[in-house]
Design a protein around this ligand. Structure first.
Ligand code: LLP
Length: 429
């Protein structure tokens, strides 16, 4: 199910033709479906469970506000994300803070606003939290991010739950931290958390992780440390079409014949991870990012030139790696759909390397990608781009950041203006 559908050869988001948006707002532009966003948020609602949206996936204030209104909390990873979550009206008791490098002023702010818990990622960080708590004369609720040493099949840059990764602490350290907190007058142990990675399309490592948390929590309870909630993190994958990061291999190699990966749907995931945790009597916390916003968004871009070169056919478009970094950084595969299709041309006559205007060979949106014959002015929709799309955009090559638009039925709202050249001077002398 997707909110992006063709009606009479034009791609729509809900009931709005994408061409109506590009005519008014230009390209490149990220377009999100409100209905899909809310449908996904609702799928994470469960009794005795709180889904804390991972703000890093897409921190647009309008999206955060809607997710907050739909009952979601926030998982933040910086003072900036805490600021965005609070501004969006997400109540502090629904905010958790994970991250390996929390700065003292960030910890001060988090304790001052009274968030649900700081998820500690090192013994040294715990010391800083204890100092700040004492200074503020506030009891700091803490969780520990434990590293369950579970291997997952995803891109190595976004696998996080193994011993050699920088995230979390090993189980024995987690126990020591929570026991220390139990004894400490200004610390209160409330949780154990694990986040094993991102874009994981298999349920079993998540279930393994949930059982791991329950087992550890049981042992801690035996030692007098009674936790309130267990947090299974985020990481549920989405369907990137013909495959995922494994696909965009070489420059001229056709995509590998890996069969499409079917991610479990949200409800299935929630049921699987919640069962062991709720049965053991703990509250459940989840930290989904990609699976909330990824499929709700597309990046619209316009063809500028076509350029046959060597044995390649380059399609030069007006979006680049500064707008959508995932293909460059992870060789990520995003499906690309023509916004206006001529009936019958879907069976792709031309194989393109879709590239942006940035001065880097790594600046591409797709390689060896079959598409209907393109010409300048055509619009393309880079699909599944709602998560880690705008969030990782930059001004590289002096490019203003793109606009963002939220569609609601047959109406749309510009939820972030396109930057102008003046923005390139922000804060400079
Ligand atoms: N919780 C923690 C502690 C995390 O580090 C992350 C993501 C999440 C939750 C949300 O994970 P999700 O449900 O979105 O998989 N830039 C990469 C993804 C980086 C993920 C970082 N951490 C990408 O574009 O694929």
């Amino acid at each position: 199910m997707t909110p992006f559908q063709y009606k009479q050869d034009t791609l729509y988001c809900e009931d709005t033709p994408l061409t109506e948006i590009t005519q008014a707002v230009g390209t490149p532009v990220y377009v999100y479906s409100q209905a899909e966003l809310l449908r996904r948020a609702a799928a994470y609602q469960t009794d005795n469970g709180l889904a804390c949206y991972a703000v890093k996936a897409n921190g647009n204030p309008a999206l955060l506000r809607r997710l907050g209104e739909a009952g979601m909390g926030a998982d933040v990873t910086s003072g900036g994300e805490l600021f965005l979550a609070r501004r969006a009206g997400i109540p502090p008791e629904k905010i958790i803070y994970s991250g390996v490098g929390k700065l003292r002023p960030e910890i001060e702010r988090a304790l001052a606003v009274g968030i649900r818990a700081l998820h500690v990622e090192s013994a040294m960080e715990l010391e800083t939290i204890a100092e700040v708590a004492l200074q503020q004369q506030t009891i700091a609720p803490i969780g520990v991010r434990v590293n369950p040493n579970i291997a997952v099949e995803t891109h190595p840059y976004i696998s996080t739950g193994q011993r050699e990764h920088k995230f979390g602490v090993p189980p024995d350290t987690a126990v020591a931290i929570l026991q220390f907190a139990q004894q400490h007058p200004w610390l209160r142990p409330v949780s154990l958390a694990a986040h094993i990675g991102s874009q994981i399309t298999d349920l079993s490592p998540f279930v393994e992780s949930a059982h791991f948390l329950v087992k550890m929590a049981g042992e801690l309870a035996g030692n007098g440390v009674h936790l309130q909630y267990l947090d299974v993190g985020g990481g549920l994958g989405i369907d990137y079409g013909d495959g995922d990061w494994r696909m965009e291999a070489g420059d001229s190699t056709p995509q590998s014949p890996v069969s499409p990966l079917q991610s479990p749907d949200i409800a299935e995931w929630v049921t699987a991870v919640s069962q062991p945790i709720l049965q053991a009597g703990y509250e459940l916390v989840m930290e989904p990012g990609r699976s909330i916003v990824g499929p709700t968004g597309t990046l619209l871009t316009k063809v500028v030139y076509t350029k046959p070169q060597g044995d390649r056919e380059f399609l030069i478009v007006d979006a680049g790696m500064n707008d959508l970094l995932r293909p460059t950084l992870y060789k990520a595969h995003h499906p690309i759909w023509p916004v206006e299709q001529v009936t019958g041309t879907l069976e792709a006559p031309v194989t393109y390397n879709v590239v942006g205007p940035i001065c880097e060979t790594g600046d591409f949106l797709a390689k060896v990608r079959p598409l209907p014959l393109q010409e300048p002015g055509n619009l393309l929709a880079v699909m599944q781009a709602g998560a880690y799309g705008f969030a990782m955009a930059s001004n590289y090559n002096g490019r203003p950041r793109p606009a963002e638009v939220l569609v609601d039925g047959n109406r749309y709202l510009v939820i972030r203006q396109r930057q102008t050249y003046e923005h390139l001077l922000d804060g400079t002398m």
